[in-house]
Design a protein around this ligand. Structure first.
Ligand code: HEC
Ligand code: CU
Length: 312
C-alpha cells in the first residue's frame, strides 16, 4: 500500500506507524460506534403510538467500560506520539549543522565549510543533519515529505529540525506556509549523497554545476541558472512584472533608479545588480533581492548576462 510518500529518513517509518496506529484505532471506533448506533436505532425503535420508553437509571459496568477503554487508548496515543516527537526534537551532538534562510521566494543554505547554495540542500546518507532556520521576511515552512519533517521559519528567531537521510537520491523540498505571490515557486531539492560523493562535493572537487553543463553555450547555461537559482520566482521573461522587473528587453535599455537617475543596462550594471542588488535600486521596487555575491561564480554571472541579452 503506497498511500504515503516514500520513506527516506529514519523518522519516516516511525511517523507513519504513529499515523497508522491513530488512523486504525479511529477507524475501528468509528465502525463499532456506527454499528451500535444502527443496531440500537432499529432494536429500540418506537413500535406503536402507546409504546412506553423504559426507565433506565444506569449501568455501572458499562459506564466504566466506555470510560476506561477510551481513556487508556487516548493515553497510549499520547505517550506513543510524544516519544516519537521528543526524539524528533532532540538532535544528536554529532549532527552536521546547515543554516537555512527562507526569503520571498527561495531557500538559501550555508554549510559549515563555507559553501553556500540556493534551493539545493546537500546532505550525506546516514549522517544526521540539523537544519537551523531563520526567515528574512514572512513565515515560511520547511517541508520534506519523504523525511516526514516540517518546521516553520520565523523572522526574528531561530527554529530548527533534524533528520538522518537513509536513501541516496533527490527529494522534494516545499515551502508549506503561504508566503505571497511566489509561494508556489518556492521549491527546492534535498540531495542525499553517499559519503564518498559528499566528501568530494565538500572539497569542491566535484563542481556539480560545471560538470553537468560543461559545453553548454553561455545563454543556455544562463537560462538554466535562471530557473535553478530561483531568479524566476521574481523576474519574468515575458514582460510581466513580478516581484522584480522583467528581464524582457532589459539589456541595452535605460533603467530609472530610485534616486532619480537613470543608467543603461549594460554588462556592468547587470553584474552589479546580481552581486549587490541594493547598490542601484530600480524605481518602483523594494530591496528584496538577495545578494548573489559568493553564490554565483563569474562564469555564472556571464552566462546570465548572455541569457538576458537574448530576451529582446
Ligand atoms: C526575491 C525576489 C528576487 C529574486 C529571487 C531575484 N531578484 Fe533580481 N531583482 C529583484 C528586485 C525587486 C529587483 C529591483 C530592485 C533592485 O534593483 O534591487 C531586482 C533587480 C534585478 C536586476 C536589475 C534589473 C533591472 O531591470 O534593472 C537584475 C539584473 C537582477 N535582478 C538579476 C537577478 C538574478 C540573476 C537573479 C537570480 C540569480 C535574481 N535577480 C533573483 C528581485 C529578485
Ligand atoms: Cu515560503
Amino acid at each position: 500500500m503506497n498511500w504515503l510518500p516514500e520513506q527516506a529518513s529514519d523518522f519516516a517509518g516511525r511517523v507513519d506507524t504513529v499515523i497508522w496506529f491513530v488512523t486504525i484505532i479511529s477507524l475501528i471506533s468509528f465502525i463499532l460506534i456506527t454499528i451500535g448506533l444502527v443496531y440500537f436505532a432499529i432494536k429500540y425503535r418506537r413500535r406503536s403510538e402507546n409504546d412506553e420508553t423504559p426507565y433506565i437509571t444506569g449501568n455501572l459496568f458499562l459506564e466504566m467500560l466506555w470510560t476506561v477503554i477510551p481513556s487508556i487508548l487516548v493515553m497510549v496515543i499520547f505517550v506513543y506520539g510524544f516519544v516519537v516527537y521528543r526524539d524528533m526534537r532532540t538532535p544528536p551532538q554529532d549532527a552536521l549543522e546547515v543554516n537555512v534562510t527562507g526569503k520571498q521566494w527561495l531557500w538559501q543554505f550555508q554549510y559549515q565549510n563555507g559553501k553556500s547554495t540556493i534551493n539545493e540542500l546537500y546532505v550525506q546518507q546516514d549522517k544526521p543533519v540539523k537544519v537551523v532556520m531563520r526567515s528574512d521576511d514572512v513565515i515560511h515552512s520547511f517541508f520534506v515529505p519523504a523525511f516526514r519533517v516540517k518546521q516553520d521559519l520565523i523572522g526574528g528567531m531561530y527554529t530548527y529540525l533534524w533528520f538522518t537521510p537513509t536513501k541516496v537520491g533527490i527529494f522534494d523540498l516545499y515551502c508549506a506556509e503561504y508566503c505571497g505571490t511566489g509561494h508556489s515557486a518556492m521549491l527546492g531539492k534535498v540531495i542525499v549523497m553517499s559519503p564518498e560523493a559528499y566528501d568530494r562535493w565538500e572539497k569542491g572537487e566535484e563542481e556539480e554545476e560545471g560538470k553537468a553543463v560543461a559545453g553548454l553555450p553561455p545563454d543556455q547555461l544562463g537560462e538554466k541558472l535562471y530557473k535553478e537559482r530561483g531568479c524566476n520566482a521574481c523576474h519574468s521573461i515575458d514582460g510581466s512584472t513580478l516581484v522584480g522587473p522583467t528581464w524582457k528587453g532589459l539589456f541595452g535599455h535605460e533603467v530609472s533608479l530610485t534616486d532619480g537617475s537613470t543608467v543603461t543596462a549594460d554588462e556592468n550594471y547587470i553584474r552589479q545588480s546580481i552581486l549587490e542588488p541594493q547598490a542601484k535600486m530600480v524605481k518602483g521596487f523594494g530591496p528584496v533581492m538577495p545578494a548573489f555575491k559568493g553564490i554565483l561564480s563569474d562564469d555564472d554571472v556571464a552566462a546570465i548576462i548572455a541569457y538576458i541579452k537574448t530576451l529582446k
